[in-house]
Every structure is written in C-alpha cells, then in structure tokens.
Ligand binder design. Structure first.
Ligand SMILES: NC(=O)c1ccc[n+]([C@@H]2O[C@H](COP(=O)([O-])OP(=O)(O)OC[C@H]3O[C@@H](n4cnc5c(N)ncnc54)[C@H](OP(=O)(O)O)[C@@H]3O)[C@@H](O)[C@H]2O)c1
Length: 390
C-alpha cells in the first residue's frame, strides 16, 4: 500500500488523483489532504478516504473544516506551515504536489528534504528553481516524477530504456526532445487577441484543467514553463528542445536519441494516466483510462508555434537562456498578470507586456540563486509586476 498526501486535493489534478485511487482499490492509502478554501470538499474527501491529516491554507476555511470534520483526522496548521507538514509527514511515501503557483515552492522543498517521492504536477516551483530542486533531491535521496502530461511522456520514454529508476545513461543519449503543445484556446483563432475574454481563454479544446494553467495554455506560457521544467528535469539545453503544436493532444511528447530513433508516449488527453504513473512509479498498474483508438482519431497534425502572436513563449525561451533568477521572475510576473486578466483588470495581450517589463527590470547576476534568494526574487518580481499593472 503506497501512502499518499495530496496538496491541492480539490483541484482538477487533486480530484482526478482521488478518482485514480478510487479505481485502483488496495493500492493506496490517503494519509493527507490539503487545499486552499474548499473545506466542504476536503471534509467529504477525508471521510471517504479516511485521511489521517488535513489542512486548509486559509484560516477561515481551516476553522470551517474543524467544525465539519470532527474526530478521525488531525488538523495541521493553516498556511504554508500545514502544507510543509503534510509534505514531510513521516507516514507518507508519495507527495502529489497539485497546488497552483509559487505557493508550492516551500512544500516541494520540504518533501524533497524528507526524501519523499514527489509526483510533481505543480510546475511553477520547477520553473523558479528546477536545477536547485534536482540537486537537492539527489542530496536527500528524493525522487521527482513529473505528472504534467508532456514531461511525464518524456520521463516515460527515458524510463522505458532502462529498468533501473536511477539510471542516467539514457539521458546522455538524448539528442533532442519533441515537446508538444495543443495550442490552447486560441490555437486556430484568427481574431484580435486583444479583445478576447477570460471565458474564451478558458475554453481549452482538449484538456479540462484549473483556471491558471488554462490561461497559461492560451498564451503558450504553459509550454514555456514546460520547456524550463524539462530542461531542469532532464539536464537539457534550450536548443535540444523543439516545441511543436499538435492540436489533437495524442502525441504527448517524444525523445530523439543519438542514433535518430524517436520514442513517443501517446494516449488520449486524460490526466488520469500521468497522475496514475506518478503515483505508481516505477510500476505500471491496471488501465483506468479509455484505450487509444488511432483509427478513430484518424489524423495527427503538427506545426511550428507562432512566437510573434504568442510572445509569452519567446519570453519563456529568453528566461530559459538567461537562467539564474530570470525563470523565477517569469513565473511570478505571469502569476500576477494572469490573476489580473481573470479579474478583467488587464487584456489578454497585456499578460506578455507585464511579464516583459518585469523581466526587463531584472538583471541576472552570478550563478544559480539559493532557495532563499529565489524566494526574494519571487517577492520582488510580484511587486514589480503589480507596479506595471498599475
Ligand atoms: N489540471 C491539469 O490538467 C494540469 C496538468 C498539468 C499540470 N498541472 C499543474 O498542476 C497544478 C494544479 O493545477 P490544477 O489545474 O489542478 O489547478 P486547480 O484546479 O485550480 O486546483 C488548484 C488546487 O490547489 C489548491 N490551492 C490553491 N492555492 C492553494 C494554497 N495557497 N494552499 C493550498 N492549496 C491551494 C486549490 O484549493 P481550493 O479548491 O480550496 O481553492 C485546489 O485544490 C498547477 O501548477 C498546474 O500548472 C495541472
């Protein structure tokens, strides 16, 4: 029985993870559950899965949960402290990080320093300080298994080569990675992007996800984040990653090896598969998703991304090239800008403007920043991005 903690259990990834766990009875025990404010759903989940520890980020939600959920589960403190407590809980084997944004930074570090296997959905911390997290994971014997569909695809292609989960030899033979993107809500939209609404941007053609990542898909920032995430996860250089638009979201990504052979991981666009693999790794369990019917799908299309129409992708590439604290600036400024767009305070096309101005105000110096420095850069970039909003 693998013992699991889910940080962000009420979101799109969290709920899907519990669906996977429900469909694979006897494989997992849910030890911990955490969310931001949806205490009613956490209470329901805790009762169904018999969670031992629960926590809500928000104080008021934490108080509500204590009233709703009496007996059984222990209540960890609210805020980041509770998330870190769950992430490093001695009774947990696998921590699924599925909160959204930079708030997942400290809990990821806590999980790594406790030597956990991290099923990583929350990509923003890996953008902010991915190389540092990988080094820390090696130091503490922790394992990071990407849950995001495309990084999971690459992980599976590489993993498939060698049964030893710690093997690094296949990584050295990667010539390049084919990182696919659906193109988001505006992949085939020909109108003026300055006029689109949050509701239009939320209308993703293939994936059903939380608000922030869906907007990030519409700007293509999400693909830029994945570029940085996979560079850190697999030790790749920018020029080893080719970003390809693939509207059907069937070819989840591929790896070309030194001899020219390309391995791809494919499947229907259903997050249950990468979540399941993240939770069962290195084993494969019974299928819980619909089988892939290639004949029914018929055609798979691929084209190059439009870097001019979607400047967030160029900004992410620039942050990847500059390195240092720049990816943390990129991530923080994007989080501020996306929130403002959802609140209808800025236009869709202002998102890259806010990010660009914030990046322009930052100078990369020295080598990789420490974790503490990344936290400071993140705070600085959020404040700067808010100035640009005004
Ligand atoms: N959805 C996908 O298919 C997908 C795919 C790949 C990667 N990801 C990544 O996975 C992460 C989660 O995405 P999502 O789509 O599942 O987001 P989502 O549906 O918006 O859910 C976010 C979850 O995090 C919780 N949360 C938010 N802020 C929190 C805080 N400060 N403390 C504790 N919990 C907090 C929310 O709780 P409340 O419900 O109480 O607000 C909710 O449970 C993101 O980093 C995203 O980029 C998602």
């Amino acid at each position: 029985m693998r013992k699991v903690a889910i940080l962000g259990s009420t979101g799109s990834i969290g709920v899907n993870a519990l669906n996977v766990i429900r469909e694979l009875p006897g494989r997992f025990r849910v030890v911990g559950l955490a969310a931001h404010s949806n205490s009613a759903l956490v209470a329901e989940q805790a009762r169904e899965f018999g969670a031992e520890v629960v926590t809500m980020f928000e104080d008021a939600a934490s108080a509500r949960l204590k009233k709703d959920l009496v007996g059984g589960a222990r209540h960890a403190p609210s805020g980041v402290e509770g998330l870190c407590e769950l992430a490093s809980h001695p009774g947990v084997d696998v921590v699924l990080t599925s909160v959204v944004g930079g708030v997942g930074f400290a809990p990821l570090l806590a999980a790594i320093r406790a030597g956990k296997t991290v099923a990583l959905a929350n990509k923003e911390p890996m953008v902010m300080a991915g190389a540092q997290f990988m080094r820390e994971a090696e130091r503490w014997g922790a394992r990071i298994v990407p849950v995001d569909s495309e990084p999971s695809a690459i992980f599976q292609c590489v993993q498939g080569l060698n049964p030893d989960p710690k093997a690094v030899a296949p990584l050295k033979t990667i010539r390049r990675v084919l990182l696919t993107a659906s193109g988001g809500a505006f992949g085939s939209y020909e109108g003026d992007l300055a006029d689109v609404t949050p509701a239009q941007a939320m209308n993703h053609p293939t994936w059903k996800m939380g608000k922030k990542i869906t907007i990030d898909c519409a700007t293509l920032m999400n693909k830029g984040f994945e570029l940085i995430e996979i560079m850190n996860l697999f030790g790749l250089k920018r020029e080893q990653v080719e970003i390809v638009i693939h509207p059907q979201s069937i070819f989840h990504s591929g790896v070309e090896f030194s001899d020219g052979s390309v391995l791809a991981q494919m499947g229907l666009p259903d997050m249950k598969l990468p979540i399941q693999y993240g939770l069962t790794f290195p084993e494969r369990a019974t299928r819980v998703i619909e089988p892939l019917d290639l004949v029914k799908i018929g055609t798979l299309d691929f084209k190059r991304p439009d870097f001019t129409r979607f400047p967030c992708l160029s900004l992410a590439c620039e942050a990847a090239r500059k390195g240092g604290g720049m990816p943390a600036v990129l991530s923080a400024a994007d989080e501020v800008a996306v929130e403002a767009f959802i609140a209808r305070a800025i236009r869709f096309t202002d998102i890259p403007r806010v990010v660009e101005k914030t990046m322009a105000a930052y100078t990369v110096s020295g080598g990789l920043p420490s974790f503490q420095e990344v936290v400071e850069i993140d705070a600085w970039a959020r404040a700067k991005a808010k100035e640009h909003l005004r």
